[in-house]
Design a protein around this ligand. Structure first.
Ligand SMILES: *Cc1c(COP(=O)(O)O)cnc(C)c1O
Length: 432
């Protein structure tokens, strides 16, 4: 089913995320996935600890998601969204409007997370044009991640996103110091001092603040204080700046709340969702805004919002997203995520005592081990596969975000493999 020639072809001709064509790291052929298990071409089964990057929250090959796809497939796979609407898009947007905080009620369907962020940033620019101002700057946080397209990259952490590579091309925005108060730490008003200073200084040119609420994901897997987010909301109101919440990673229950903004009891002016929206089945994202922002954009010089992807509102993606949101509607995710959180706390937090570990932290169904040295990717990846688990670390972070349907034994397999991996020096580099 998968030969050595196939692997060789892959190595020579196919880009994978953030890989080299000169010295690519090994790839593992997966030929099927069911529930919490990935099946390798040689028949081995791996317990999934990644949900395919936050997405496959209900596990793989879920019958309800497959059924929704098949039903939609029998009607139509795709139709253009310009001048046409269809039942799957309406059903999805109804649910999104109902489940997101009240002021959010106008939905733009985008085809990936990065595009949803581009759309949110463009909405902010057009909003200010609608108010007769040309505001083109954004304020964001260090250690953030918002995607790989250029506008999204311009608000990613300057060091992680290697802004030096794009000097002169990438727009320059403002970066406030990353929050230091952890999720459950006592609040220290100093934590918001740099942000406060920057918004005071730059608010007249700021179109929006953009951030990941509560969890900074790919920029460091950091969990910060809900109080920080509340202060950001207050400051955005005080200085009349829009707030964009990028919940592409955190949305749909991952942090223990349906949306991470709920931990702080705030609503953004623009919300981006993606990743778990379709339960990890198809690529789809959405940018949801208030009636005020939507109407102000529509009164701007362009008289419309200037965006419209070819595959906007793809019916298959919308139908499977509806089925995924229906599964969430049952509310089982709450007990599942709470149980995973408790188990991760029990099994990962003691690893703080390990000499190789700088920190261990857990929030919702996210468990993170931060090590002193960066991982030696090929070695540690091979070890995890030999242990029968799929865990994909990066830098100094070994982390889990398993499907919500993971059983207790699945989580134990994952945390035991993480603990065991710490004991081998060849899994880590001393380069830094
Ligand atoms: C993954 C991610 C994105 C980008 O989404 P893609 O679908 O990969 O384009 C944007 N923001 C956050 C917070 C993400 O985690």
């Amino acid at each position: 089913m998968f030969s050595q020639q196939d692997l060789d072809f892959d190595r020579q001709h196919i880009w994978h995320p953030y890989t080299s064509m000169v010295d690519p790291l090994p790839c593992y052929p997966v030929v099927a996935a069911h529930g919490t298990r990935l099946t390798l071409a040689d028949g081995r089964q791996l317990v999934d600890g990644m949900s395919s990057w936050w997405a496959a929250i209900h596990g793989y090959n879920h019958p309800a998601l497959n059924h929704a796809l098949q039903q939609q497939l029998a009607q139509m796979s795709h139709v253009m969204f310009g001048g046409i609407t269809h039942p799957a898009a309406v059903a999805l947007c109804r649910r999104l409007v109902a489940m997101t905080p009240d002021p959010l009620e106008c939905v733009f369907l985008a085809d990936s997370g990065s595009v949803a962020v581009e759309v949110a940033m463009k909405m902010a620019l057009q909003y200010w044009l609608g108010r007769g101002e040309r505001r083109q700057q954004f304020l964001t946080l260090q250690r953030g991640y918002h995607g790989d397209t250029f506008a999204a990259m311009s608000v990613c952490d300057p060091h992680n996103a290697m802004h030096s590579l794009w000097r002169g091309y990438l727009p320059q925005h403002h970066f406030a110091a990353a929050p230091q108060c952890g999720f459950a730490d006592a609040w220290d008003e100093d934590d918001i001092a740099d942000f406060t200073q920057q918004i005071k200084l730059h608010h007249r040119e700021l179109a929006a603040v953009i951030l990941e609420p509560i969890v900074q994901g790919a920029g460091g897997m950091r969990f910060y204080s809900p109080r920080y987010l509340q202060r950001v909301r207050e400051l955005c109101d005080e200085f009349d700046v829009l707030l964009i919440a990028d919940e592409i990673a955190t949305g749909f229950g991952r942090t223990g709340a349906l949306f991470a903004c709920e931990h702080a009891g705030i609503a953004p002016d623009i919300l981006c969702v993606g990743k778990a929206l379709t339960g990890g089945t198809l690529t789809l994202a959405a940018t949801i805004t208030t009636r005020d922002v939507a109407e102000t954009i529509s009164r701007s010089e362009a008289a419309c919002f200037m965006h419209g992807p070819t595959f906007m509102g793809n019916p298959l993606a919308c139908a499977v997203a509806v089925a995924s949101l229906d599964l969430l509607q049952s509310g089982d995710w709450k007990t599942q995520v709470a149980a995973i959180e408790q188990q991760l706390q029990e099994e990962l937090l003691p690893l703080r005592e390990h000499s190789r570990v700088a920190d261990a932290r857990v929030l919702g169904a996210i468990g993170v081990i931060e090590t002193h040295d960066a991982v030696e990717m090929a070695n540690i990846q091979r070890f995890f596969v030999e242990q029968g688990v799929w865990i994909r670390p990066f830098g100094r972070l070994i982390y889990l975000m398993p499907p919500y349907v993971s059983r207790r034994e699945d989580i134990t397999r994952l945390t035991q493999a993480m603990a065991a991996a710490l004991d081998y020096s060849q899994h880590f580099t001393n380069a830094r």
